[in-house]
Design a protein around this ligand. Structure first.
Ligand code: GLA
Length: 673
């Protein structure tokens, strides 16, 4: 299948969503001039253009899009063409109410916003396929077209009748018989046994707690239905243009899609990423999403959307201070992105997102936002030939799985404060702050190449995944796991003993007597650190090594951190600094080293191919020791303190850097040796 490299051809794609139907055609001319000045080489067209293309049922108004495609081609800007199926026109809902999704209370979600389509509606699927066919036929041969973008941020749920019919169909395929479904869902509890398939529904509003396995299956089903919508459109455009790659943009760490499964169906994996500029851990959140996306792509990936300035959907929407857009964009490149794109090119003056920034903001060409975009375009052009297509090799894998996430976020669990995504962030943060770079992997992936495998929390593990972890450790790997791992099987049935017996044996746990979740703000004193969120009453096996015990309280003297050989178990969430130290120690023991020794705290170092990216996430200038002689590929573009300055002089291929480099506020250096 064609990949991102067929589009990039040694460049980094730079651009964004372009929604010119909001603007008169004179503005298009200004747009292309500003795009050229900024080095924009790719735009995504048509994401929300359905009503413009098909204003009445069956109409096709392609003239404006023809002109636009031609204008883009004439100016050397490639087009990622979207199928407009994320926002059906009002006539679709008006004439075909069966296309509208229904919430769990039976209320219809109306048009007037976007994403008001039912993934299960046969009518929606038919109309979406028809417009996709016609787009593919019309533009498949257009020279501006580089890639297809299907829909946008698939994210809808539907509890309606048509969804229920498809849910039954999906369940029949999964279980075969009602007996098997009853067994998997544990319907013996609370008199829930099903005697006829017609009785099985989507998990609608219920008087009290819902059946957890029904809810888990509904999440699996929803991800699969959305995937069916994606693959239906993908297959249409593939038939027309087998030489062009197809993508659909993920939301970052979005709970609604099993992105491992989805990524396997995409030619290019792309993601939208909007860390809060005020969030002190915004860069780490970005790093986690980037690590995950690169791992899903198994190589270079596409940053489909980010914001050049503020978004408009937080309570308070902060702009990006000078330099931050460049820093976070280059962070994505360091972590494997071969495309740096935005929502959207030109900030809207009307509509729901008029206060969301654009690459060209309301302040226009003179505005700081556009000026910084322009500078970033020059930076990307400077490094692209050395960067595009390069892979990254990491020694550490952090495991994540959507099914474990879904199962662990049920109602009526031991602690409502334990959130899978928060725990994942906490463990990734500990590694990130130790300058240990990581991949993210699925628990059934081949892990043999990693020196260390980290399981922040995998509440649900299949037998295959457990076998995989055991084989990994048997093969010489080091494994460290957090609490609430291996608790349930794939039907969310608690495994005997409260945790899989083979895993207990692996970690040296004889008996897991009770979980002792902690209240918010409560701590569990342990040898040398404080635990948060959770603690456990564990009895160790004779051959286990207790690395730290609980001190005081009901668990006094019981193991908090234990291991057997190379398998570690951490039964609480140590405070951030302590988890960092613990993981740094375990990583060192496993032979996984930080990218550079003695890095200042706010500096991130990432290797991509033979390049070393240094990113200063602080507002203060900082000097980094980089033994040897290098060239800073970014240094020629700017000599002010925003960028890295070396001890040597600039040349055509970057300034020479010997032994140390100073990075200004939000400064970045890309060093080649
Ligand atoms: C998402 C969508 C865009 C836009 C941005 C705003 O990423 O895909 O259409 O709404 O959010 O942040």
């Amino acid at each position: 299948m064609p990949g991102l490299d067929t589009v990039t051809n040694g460049r980094i794609l730079f651009g964004g969503d372009y929604n010119p139907e909001q603007w008169p055609e004179e503005t298009w001319r200004e747009d292309v001039r500003l795009m050229k000045d900024a080095g924009v080489n790719s735009v995504t067209l048509g994401v929300f253009s359905w009503s413009r293309i098909e204003p009445q049922p069956g109409a096709r108004e392609f003239g404006w899009l023809d002109r636009l495609m031609d204008v883009m081609h004439a100016h050397g800007v490639g087009v990622v063409l979207a199928t407009p199926t994320a926002s059906p026109p009002p006539w679709v809902g008006h004439l075909h109410p069966d296309t509208l999704p229904v919430d769990q209370d039976g209320r219809t979600e109306w048009w007037g916003g976007r994403q008001h389509f039912s993934h299960s509606s046969a009518t929606y699927r038919r109309l979406a396929a028809a417009i996709t066919e016609d787009l593919a036929a019309r533009y498949g041969g257009h020279p501006a077209l580089t890639m297809w973008h299907i829909n946008n941020e698939y994210c809808t749920y539907d509890w309606g009748d048509e969804a229920a019919a498809r849910f039954r169909h999906w369940l029949r395929a999964r279980y075969g018989t009602l007996d098997a479904l009853n067994e998997a869902w544990g319907t013996a509890f609370w008199s829930q046994g099903y005697g006829d398939w017609a009785e099985v529904h989507t998990p609608r509003r219920a008087h009290y707690l819902k059946n957890p396995t029904q809810v888990l299956d509904f999440k699996r089903f929803t991800s699969d239905m959305l995937l069916e919508c994606f693959t239906a459109e993908r297959d249409i455009v593939r038939r027309a243009t087998p030489h062009l790659p197809v993508t659909s943009n993920f939301m970052p760490l979005w709970a609604g899609q099993d992105a491992w499964r989805w990524a396997a169906e995409e030619d290019v994996v792309s993601v939208d990423l909007y860390p809060d500029p005020r969030d002190p851990l915004g860069a780490q959140h970005g790093a986690l999403v980037q690590d995950m996306t690169r791992s899903q792509a198994r190589g270079p990936w596409m940053l489909m959307e980010q914001a050049a300035g503020p978004v408009n959907w937080r309570g308070v929407n902060h702009p990006k201070p000078r330099g931050l857009n460049r820093l976070w964009s280059l962070q994505a490149v360091a972590r494997g992105a071969d495309a740096v794109c935005y929502f959207q090119w030109r900030q809207s003056r009307q509509g729901a997102e008029k206060f969301h920034s654009g690459m060209v903001g309301h302040a226009g060409e003179e505005g700081r936002t556009y000026q910084e975009v322009k500078r970033l375009g020059a930076d990307l052009a400077r490094i692209s030939a050395r960067v595009a297509g390069r892979h990254t090799v990491n020694d550490i894998a952090v495991l994540h799985d959507w099914h474990a996430w879904w199962a662990s976020s049920q109602e009526a669990r031991p602690s409502a404060h334990v959130e899978h995504a928060d725990v994942l962030h906490a463990w990734h943060r500990a590694l990130w702050e130790s300058h240990l770079t990581t991949d993210v992997a699925h628990p059934e992936h081949d892990l043999a190449g990693y020196k260390l495998v980290v399981v922040p929390q995998l509440y649900l593990l299949t037998d295959t995944a457990i076998d995989n972890l055991l084989a990994y450790v048997r093969g010489g790997g080091t494994l460290v796991s957090g609490f609430l791992t291996g608790v349930a099987d794939e039907d969310d049935r608690v495994r005997p003993g409260g945790m899989d017996a083979r895993l207990r044996e692996l970690f040296g746990i004889r008996t897991l007597h009770e979980w002792w979740p902690l209240d918010p703000g409560e701590h569990a004193a342990c040898d040398g650190f404080r635990g948060t969120l959770w603690s456990e009453e564990i009895e160790e096996t004779d051959d286990a090594v207790v690395e730290a015990s609980y001190r005081g309280g009901d668990l006094d003297g019981l193991p908090a951190v234990l291991r057997r050989d190379r398998a570690w178990y951490v039964s609480t969430l140590p405070e951030p600094g302590s988890l960092r130290e613990l993981l740094a120690r375990i990583a060192a023991g496993a032979g996984a080293a930080p990218v550079l020794a003695d890095l200042p705290a706010r500096v991130e170092a990432v290797r991509r191919g033979d390049l070393l990216f240094l990113l200063n996430h602080g507002r203060e200038a900082v000097t980094v020791e980089v033994p040897g002689t290098h060239r800073n590929l970014l240094a020629d573009t700017d000599t002010d303190t925003d960028t890295g300055t070396g001890t040597g002089t600039g040349t055509g291929t970057g300034a020479e850097v010997t032994d140390r480099i100073t990075l200004g506020r939000y400064g970045v250096a890309v060093l080649s040796s």
